[in-house]
Design a protein around this ligand. Sequence first.
Ligand SMILES: Nc1ncnc2c1ncn2[C@@H]1O[C@H](COP(=O)(O)OP(=O)(O)OP(=O)(O)O)[C@@H](O)[C@H]1O
Ligand SMILES: [Mg+2]
Ligand SMILES: [Zn+2]
Length: 509
Amino acid sequence: MLARVTTFAIDGLESRRVSVEVDIRAGLPAFRVVGLADAAVREARERVRAAVLNSGFEFPQRRITANLAPAYLRKVGPGFDLALAIGVLAASGQLDAERLAGWAVFGELSLGGELRPGRGTLAVAEGVRRCGLEALVVPVESAAEAALVDEVCVAPAATLRAAAEILDGKRAPEPVPDAGEEATPPLAELDGDLAEVSGQAEAMAAMEIAAAGGHNLLMEGPPGVGKTMLARRLPGILPALTREEALEVTRVYSVAGLHRGGGLVSRRPFRSPHHTISPSGLVGGGARPAPGEASLAHHGVLFLDELSEFPRSSLEALRQPLEDGASTIVRGQQARVFPTRFMLVAATNPCPCGHAGDRRRCRCTEADVARYRRRLSGALLDRFDLLCSLQRPPAPRVAAGEPPRSDRVRARVTAARERQARRFAGTGIACNGQMDSRRVRELARLTPDAEGALHAAYEREALSARGMQRVARVARTVADLAASDAVHRDHVATALALRQDRLGLAIAA
Ligand SMILES: Nc1ncnc2c1ncn2[C@@H]1O[C@H](COP(=O)(O)OP(=O)(O)OP(=O)(O)O)[C@@H](O)[C@H]1O
Ligand SMILES: [Mg+2]
Ligand SMILES: [Zn+2]
């Protein structure tokens, strides 16, 4: 007898419909899985056999062939367990095969027959909707994630037996558990508040501008002045994720196996990979293409601490994702695209010992310092609109004025982003940091006075053409923070003060 069960395979960030056909006929007892299945899928046979028996069903002592179709699609991972088990039960008459139409199932099995969440449930639920199927059986832990997709009836099951009885119409599904108010506390509560940082007013201003315009930011300074501390507080001043953005982030985390079955990810990601990370770890890759750190930072912050320690190959690999907002991984005939729209924030010391500028402490030779800076001045430096230099902060009690609070900064950043959203409506870009040269000319709206200031700087300080655009982009954000439609002279002055070449990290641009 033949039974057909619908499930899904994860391919990049997408799900692809897979039909599991199980045929049982007389012959020596055997269980074969065919249809371009990898080792992990073949291993599923043992789990399926044990799970079926341990759930109180019979495992047919006949010749069983399971075919995963379409055959050209590579099937990887343990996500086919449930579909195989249900197929065996249906083909052996232990549940009504007729009732499976319109249903999809997705989950892994334990030997004892419990259902376990698989990677990519959100993408699977989206596939169920796309294919016009009605309902999806998933493990209880995955249900809240699956239920993020409207129009799909989610049927949570704790065990193989429960799943079989739900499909057979003998049992009602468990209720979909509440996703919980995951991460509803403001980010600042989780990652610390700007108010805890003493001094560093200039760096905080740079952070606010970077957050408001989506500009990449490089911080330079000696050890222990708060570079890492500040970077960690950046997600706390970024605007809340929209639902669309949150769904994208959830999809990435779910496929990466870092978010199994919860509700929507509602925090902006903050990723801080170590400099020993491989290029494919950074931008995605592997035999079974998986998202890299750049995608895990999608809609959030990618923080490269100790930038000068990152090998050139890694920084080179980041160029395309930074440019395109996506990382494309080609395997054979197929290309997978992972989104990578993140803010890049990096920190570096000014010299190998970290104390350049402090004559008593820095023992580095001029050649040491020059070599150190050359390592930075290549590939990536060009991508930073903002650069700020941090010094040792004053002792907390002498710090003047009230320190900024993350929630207040975030309110200003959100207002500035809303202005940009109105200006960029229909252009496909979201913020000033994404403006190319044409958009800068069309949309930055510099007053003649501001234009004059920019050209004066060009003459006076040998600013490159690219450098001028960077200044114009940042000035546009400064104006947006000031709720000004036009960019005035003083906005340009602020942007010029946060310019890269000031740090002497000579950029060839
Ligand atoms: N401006 C500051 N205000 C309050 N605490 C600070 C400040 N700077 C540093 N600290 C304290 O020192 C610790 C180390 O700071 P942090 O790791 O941010 O330094 P860093 O600039 O990243 O140094 P490194 O170059 O060594 O990475 C922080 O966890 C914090 O406790
Ligand atoms: Mg640090
Ligand atoms: Zn030094």
